[in-house]
Ligand binder design. Structure first.
Ligand SMILES: [Zn+2]
Ligand SMILES: [Zn+2]
Length: 343
């Protein structure tokens, strides 16, 4: 597995939940949840392009103001995703400030907000230049749970039960397609924009018998030769899978929910899973709509993830940090995966 992404928890597992995903080769980051983000610097917050908010309980959304403070006054578009009622939540946050001086700023922040419902996405925009009045509300379809797709990744969501709808997320990097320069020379092929077209066709999954024109030098002359995509994939292209990251917080352990979680996070390289309660607190977990350590480990095992990283521990259990890890590992064990332990 090759990855251009680095995912890490923002806080200690007893602190507010949240994940930052940094792009190693771009000035870009993604955030999952917006709880206490005071550990992140302004420079880190300025790199954030998209924020995925599971739900708006205070420990997952209190950091909105801190993020807004860091990006306000910048020419930037920030896109926030959240569950039912999310547009109202963001509107309410923005309405809590006085914006009469925004016309003094030359740069204008735009906040695009996407509310995730079972069958559709509702999109709205709030621009600083309009004093953050809501504009451009529209509905779009929500095929296969895909929230965001670009050339390098796909982010999907599932709507989970937490008395209120709560979103679970998976982030999947697309294949890494690299051209082997040594083999390019052996083929006497000439570098050019065709290499990007070739990468694109591989990413799109075009069939191997698709034919492709390749500019080559033969005896000092420029010629165009035809190859099949299958030949080029074999001779010229190195393909390696990207990383898959799962993020699940604040949800109850029952059969329909479990199925939704496992379908979403299946085969993740890293699975970040909440574990507020200890294994012997199942009844309490059910009542509060949260998972136990053992349930987090079971979900990880059944979804075939490679590494489990538990967090969002109840502060009531401060002295029992290791118990969370041990219990989750017991349930996860029996696979080749490893549990990340933070001491
Ligand atoms: Zn909650
Ligand atoms: Zn929470």
């Amino acid at each position: 597995m090759k990855s251009a992404l680095n995912a890490s928890l923002i806080n200690d597992p007893f602190g507010d939940p949240g994940l930052i995903v940094n792009f190693l080769f771009q000035k870009r980051a993604l955030l999952f949840d917006l709880g206490d983000i005071s550990a992140l610097s302004n420079a880190e917050l300025l790199k954030v392009s998209h924020v995925f908010v599971s739900h708006t309980h205070i420990d997952h959304f209190i950091g909105f103001d801190r993020l807004l403070r860091a990006v306000f006054g910048r020419e930037k578009t920030l896109t926030l995703f959240g569950p039912e009622n999310f547009i109202k939540n963001v509107e309410g946050k923005l309405a809590g400030f006085t914006w009469n001086l925004v016309d003094r700023y030359e740069e204008s922040l735009t906040i695009d907000v996407v509310e995730v419902k079972e069958e559709k996405l509702i999109k709205s925009s709030f621009r600083a230049i309009d004093k953050f009045q809501q504009t451009g509300k529209k509905e779009v379809s929500f095929p296969n749970g895909v929230l965001l797709e670009d050339s390098s990744l796909v982010v999907r969501a599932a709507i989970l039960e937490h008395r209120v709808p709560c979103l679970g997320f998976s982030l999947e990097e697309k294949l890494h397609v690299n051209i082997n320069k040594g083999r390019l020379e052996t083929m006497q092929a000439v570098e050019g924009p065709w290499l990007n077209d070739l990468k694109q066709l591989v990413l799109e999954g075009k069939p191997d018998d698709h034919s492709f024109d390749v500019p080559c030098r033969r005896d000092g002359k420029s010629v165009i030769e035809q190859f099949t995509l299958g030949q080029l994939k074999e001779d010229l292209v190195d393909i390696s899978p990207g990383q898959k990251i799962g993020y699940i917080v604040d949800t109850v352990y029952n059969e329909p929910n479990k199925k939704r979680i496992i379908d979403l996070i299946r085969s993740s390289d890293i699975f970040f899973c909440e574990s507020p309660f200890l294994a012997d607190e199942e009844a309490r977990g059910k009542e509060r709509c949260h998972l136990t350590s053992h349930q987090a480990g079971t979900l990880a095992r059944e979804a075939g993830v490679k590494q489990l990283n538990i967090f969002h521990f109840s502060r009531k259990h401060m002295p029992h940090r290791e118990r969370f890890y041990n219990e989750a590992e017991l349930a996860f064990k029996g696979t080749t995966g490893t549990l990340v332990s933070k001491s």
